[in-house]
Write a protein that binds this ligand. Structure first.
Ligand code: PLP
Length: 450
């Protein structure tokens, strides 16, 4: 139960964790994971009486909140009936999940190749694109994250890529639009869109259009700063792809499944990609699941030739049962509407107020339940609030800001010089306001470093 004290359990979790768990992205000796006992809705809690309002949705995957009863029940019932089945055999929940995803996907995308998560979804999307086009290279944006497996980390265009050895993948990077820190010295969103498109065209031409299989693009860039594409940008990328026979892969692993107030974020711009990759919000990570959504043109390439790829757990029944239950709950409970309404009426105006009030806030941006507050030392120069170390980890004062949030019972998502406001899509107005109040107070700490 929330807030119950069980220090013996906490000690055991800590001891096992320290002795035997090797953690992601961490210097192992410095990991001090808080033992977590449970979660419900927008909250999770530890064994030592502390409850946190989850403003991170864990790794921005918990779109439906903790412990949603219908999703839990669907997993339990499926586990009792048929816990696992090989991909070559038919499964009712796999078919139902694929049909529901296809019905919600844009354009003619009507088939799903299931994976275990986001990185392997991107691996398969680029493999499909290379096989479909017969071309080797994939273009990907700097300031992108596409996952931590060999091909996906090669696509990734942030410092996490450089810490990994060369993967031998043919990938070239380009600058996407980011008006606040424009690589093109633009002074408006429109100009940023035009110049970023011209730059991408130059990269395509210099790279050799006939060698490019695909451009992969997060529909709204996630961990690299919640960068919402400016007007015309995604349409322009689509046109460029069409001109040169390049496939457009929309990475919706973080932005999809309701996070931006639509099933897929790209639906905000009426652009139909050739392939969509998804994971996280499809079932909120209650059971690992991801996938690639593809249309007839990709499907045709493999109609009479085997697709050379597969996974033991592709379309895992528990993951698919959770996805079906989650998509139904999203509709029955009006969760997309909640995201749109609270994003516009609560988050956006409050973040604008925070920007007016706090010297450390350089820019706020986002949509739906997908927002960033970018912190700076100086608003004129836009110098980021923290010097980062080589692996991109935030040092103080971002650490002090995060600690101030946690002390007051809010679990923030902080990355480099930003904090992201990414709570569950099911959050209530009161919870949202309470969390934003805590962020407001914690920004006083950040202000001291300007
Ligand atoms: N693509 C995007 C946009 C992501 O944000 C992530 C994870 O954060 C991934 C891919 C990788 O997903 P996973 O961690 O499930 O492999």
């Amino acid at each position: 139960m929330a807030g119950d004290l069980d220090t013996a359990a906490a000690d055991q979790v800590r001891a096992d964790d320290r002795a035997h768990v090797f953690h992601s992205w961490s210097a192992q000796a410095h990991v001090d994971a808080i033992p977590i006992a449970g979660g419900s809705g927008s909250y999770f809690w530890d064994y030592e009486g502390k409850r946190y309002l989850d403003f991170s949705s864990q790794l921005v995957n918990l779109n439906i909140g903790h412990g949603h009863p219908k999703v839990v029940q669907a997993i339990q019932e499926q586990a009792a009936r048929l816990a696992t089945i090989a991909p070559a055999l038919g499964s009712d929940v796999r078919g139902e999940a694929a049909r529901m995803i296809a019905e919600r996907a844009p354009g003619d995308l009507d088939r799903v190749f299931f994976t275990n998560g986001g990185a392997d979804a991107n691996e398969h999307a680029i493999r499909m694109a290379r096989l479909q086009t017969g071309r080797p290279t994939v273009l990907s944006a700097y300031r992108s994250y596409h996952g931590a497996t060999g091909g996906a980390i090669a696509l990734t265009g942030d410092p996490r890529r450089w810490a990994n050895e060369s993967t031998g993948q043919s990938v070239a990077h380009f600058f996407g639009p980011y008006a606040y820190r424009s690589a093109f010295h633009s002074d408006s969103e429109e100009q940023e869109s035009e110049r970023a498109l011209q730059h991408l065209r130059d990269v395509v031409q210099l790279q050799g259009p006939d060698t490019i299989a695909a451009i992969i693009q997060e529909s709204v860039v996630g961990t690299n700063g919640i960068l919402v594409p400016p007007p015309g940008y995604l349409q322009g990328v689509r046109e460029l792809c069409d001109e040169y026979g390049i496939l457009l892969i929309a990475d919706e692993v973080m932005a999809g499944f309701g996070r931006c107030g639509e099933w897929f974020a790209i639906q905000h711009w009426d652009v139909v990609p050739d392939l969509i990759t998804f994971a996280k919000g499809v079932n909120s990570g209650y059971v690992p699941l991801g996938g690639v959504i593809l249309g007839p043109r990709t499907y045709e390439r493999f109609a009479d030739r085997p697709y050379p790829g597969g996974l033991t757990y592709s379309g895992h029944p528990l993951g698919c049962a959770a996805a079906v239950a989650s998509m139904k709950a999203f509709e029955d409970e009006g969760i997309l509407d909640n995201v749109r309404k609270l994003g516009e009426t609560v988050v956006e105006p409050r973040l604008q107020q925070l920007k007016d009030k706090h010297a450390s806030v350089g820019e706020v941006r986002g949509l739906g339940m997908f927002w960033a507050i970018e912190l700076v030392k100086d608003r004129q120069t836009r110098e980021p609030l923290v010097p980062f170390n080589a692996s991109g980890e935030a040092a103080a004062p971002m650490g002090a800001f995060a600690a101030a949030c946690k002390k007051e019972g809010l679990w923030p998502f902080t990355h480099m010089n930003r904090t992201h406001v990414v709570p569950p899509c099911t959050i209530s107005e009161d919870e949202l306001t309470a969390g934003l109040d805590i962020i407001d107070a914690a920004l006083d700490v950040a202000d001291q470093h300007t």
